[in-house]
Design a protein around this ligand. Structure first.
Ligand code: PAF
Length: 283
């Protein structure tokens, strides 16, 4: 596996691969890799001739007071895993490689009106502008054929697909199913913040989303009653919920009784760990 810190050398390798008609798969990450990331890599490995992974803890997607400084950084273990998983190139940029004018002077940002301040965006100021901007930059550098993202971050996946479509970026965005622990907890680098006492409770978020999806499947359309009951359940278990919402899959608008393809989305804090998850429903 070749590692790159700077843009020009990585661009030269991509040009060489293009000259050989190789397809390129790309997995963007913030490191601290777990089996969820490794399943993104396995999907890329299975579908593309060459695989690029980036590790960059992107400062612009953290709001004031969030865990940017504390975000787990495990670069040596990450590199070993990526070599074992057959990754061809690792991109490890520094802030100045991706934000040439510095983060505070960055004036060009990608933003999707509306959704940027809904759901997770309502609780994480500027988060999605930061995500979309960095993903756009990485796509401009790597120019992959396929981009692999996890379905756990449903809103992120949806918004990246929307950006790719509206900005006419020539890449296919592939959503990879959420990788879960045995009790259903979605894998996340932030799970390591969970205390021993909180860990067994953490899977309740997914269980509660699944029980809403079962009710929806049985034809229950009282979305706000289902959402409110779930919020109370979470509070009783010691979570501090940000939101539980039923939305339509195709455009993430609020669900209506006639909608068939729904997604139940939730985010809640357990101690200092912010957990997010979702459950899709086709009825
Ligand atoms: O999902 C993530 O880890 C990040 O939001 C991403 C897509 C790597 C952008 O920094």
């Amino acid at each position: 596996m070749q590692s790159f810190e700077h843009v020009p050398a990585l661009r030269a390798l991509v040009a060489e691969w293009r000259g050989q008609n190789k397809t390129i798969g790309f997995v963007p990450t913030m490191g601290s890799l777990h089996n969820g990331h490794r399943s993104l890599v396995a999907n890329a490995r299975a579908r593309c001739d060459r695989v690029v992974v980036s590790i960059f803890v992107n400062p612009t997607q953290f709001s004031a007071g969030e865990d940017f400084e504390d975000y787990p950084r495990t670069i040596d273990a990450d590199k070993l895993a990526l070599v074992v998983d057959g990754v061809d190139a690792l991109f490890l940029p520094k802030v100045k490689d991706l934000y040439p004018r510095g983060v505070d002077n960055a004036t060009t940002m990608v933003s999707i009106a509306g959704l940027n301040s809904e759901l997770c965006g309502a609780h994480r100021d500027g988060h999605f502008d930061g995500v979309l901007t960095v993903v756009n930059k990485l796509l401009n550098i790597i120019t992959p054929d396929m981009l692999f993202l996890g379905q756990k971050d449903f809103q992120q996946l949806y918004m990246v697909k929307q950006m790719v479509s509206e900005l006419l970026i020539p890449v296919e965005v592939i959503g990879v199913p959420t990788y879960r622990e045995a009790d259903g907890l979605a894998m996340s680098s932030r799970n390591q913040y969970l205390t021993e006492a909180d860990r067994p409770k953490a899977s309740s978020l997914y269980n509660i989303l699944c029980s809403i999806s079962e009710s929806l499947n049985q034809g229950n359309n009282d979305f706000s009653a289902l959402e409110n009951a779930a919020l109370s359940k979470l509070q009783n278990l010691g979570f501090v919920p940000d939101y539980i919402e039923v939305r339509r899959q195709q455009d993430m608008a609020k669900a209506k009784a006639e909608d068939k393809e729904l997604v139940v989305l939730g985010a809640a804090k357990l101690g200092k760990t912010r957990l997010i998850d979702n459950a899709e429903v086709s009825r």
